[in-house]
Design a protein around this ligand. Sequence first.
Ligand code: DX5
Ligand code: ZN
Length: 213
Amino acid sequence: MTQIIPAILDKTPEEFKKHVEQLQNSHTFQEGWIHIDFADNKFVPNETIGVDVIEKYPTTLQKEAHLMVNNPLKWIEDLKKAGFKRVVFHFESEDNPGEVIKSIKESGMEAGIAINPDTKIDQLEPFKDKLDQILIMGIVPGFQGQPFIPETIQKIKALKSKNWPVVISIDGAVRDTNAKSLIEAGIDQLVSGSYLLIGDIDENIERIWEAIS
Ligand code: DX5
Ligand code: ZN
């Protein structure tokens, strides 16, 4: 079943508080998942709030972390403590992917790998049976509001045709105008940031549902 997951990439506790309130007050998002982006100014040239801020603003939403950081291993314990249900880290980050997956799973969370636009999906083959999710980036990670990279559609189709036992997610520049082609290519979860959160979130999500129905 298709899922639409809002993404937030916040640089201050105030922004995070505002986004959590916006989501909790929407008709659509009192439950469900939220994708929280973390950036360390090393893996990507941007820096977000840390896990300590998340703990200060409890939410009924299920939390997925997208770690755009080097050394994801050192984040896992704190994410578990802060109540995250799923951790997605980058294949291109510095740690050994097998070790990171093992640590996430041993902590009782779901594990996902995100891949940059230039990374080939074949490189994920050794991990396909250990992963819950593969997150395909439709943009170069780091910032919201960028244009969608059209070649991503082919990459999704190629991944889908492999029939690996994973949920396929797309992150970056997801909106009403490309949602249908993403679903047709094989996407299970649409992660959308600026399109959903700027303006009325309930109307925006409805436009995506209409586009894909
Ligand atoms: C990009 C983040 C995305 C981002 C999505 O670095 O990983 O999750 O928040 O935002 P939009 O939908 O605006 O590209
Ligand atoms: Zn993200």
